[in-house]
Design a protein around this ligand. Structure first.
Ligand code: FES
Ligand code: FES
Length: 177
């Protein structure tokens, strides 16, 4: 990891899974790599590396984004949540409903599903399949994913956040400072 003040690097502070973190990095370094290789959060997966598959989905200020497309300088002062912030207990509907096979897509699916569950008003304008369209899966044929996300929304009907109606967000992130 570069040292503070090293030429070509910047210091980036942001909130990760509820905790303040600071990293020193090339400003163009991908958020995906910072999470996985600097902050020891390997739950966020790399699939295509070019914004097509959604395996790397995280929440940035509450919106799902592809971490492979986000340079770390854009995260300054913002809030990031990764799949490590999700309570495993919240994954029941996905595991029961045939939404997972190899699991490569699952962290990204979980993050998008969590966003949908936190914003039920989206379902007034879009159907679940449209909302999940940014998460590609090679294995399931999608029906299991869509039905499981809908089951999760019906079952929990609320927030993924700890104490937010679904009792969802678990441990915090790593403090890199
Ligand atoms: Fe980021 Fe595929 S790895 S969208
Ligand atoms: Fe294999 Fe989705 S379960 S890619």
């Amino acid at each position: 990891m570069p040292n503070p003040g090293e030429p070509g690097t910047i210091e980036v502070r942001f909130v990760l899974n509820g905790r303040d973190v600071t990293v020193v990095a090339d400003p163009a370094e991908r958020l995906l790599d910072v999470l996985r290789y600097r902050l020891a959060l390997p739950g966020t997966k790399e699939g295509c590396g070019e914004g097509e598959c959604g395996a790397c989905t995280v929440h940035l200020d509450g919106l799902p984004v592809n971490a492979c497309l986000v340079p770390i300088h854009q995260v300054r002062g913002r809030t990031v949540k990764t799949v490590e912030s999700i309570d495993p207990a919240s994954l029941g509907p996905l595991l029961e409903g045939g939404a997972t096979q190899c699991g490569a897509c699952t962290p990204g699916v979980v993050m998008t599903a969590c966003w949908v569950r936190e914003h039920p008003e989206l379902l007034d304008r879009f159907d679940t399949r449209e909302l999940m369209a940014g998460n590609l899966c090679r294995c399931t044929g999608y029906d299991g994913i869509i039905e499981s996300v809908e089951a999760a929304c019906r079952r929990d009907g609320g927030s993924c956040a700890r104490g937010g109606g679904g009792g969802r967000v678990g441990r915090g992130g790593e403090d890199a400072s």
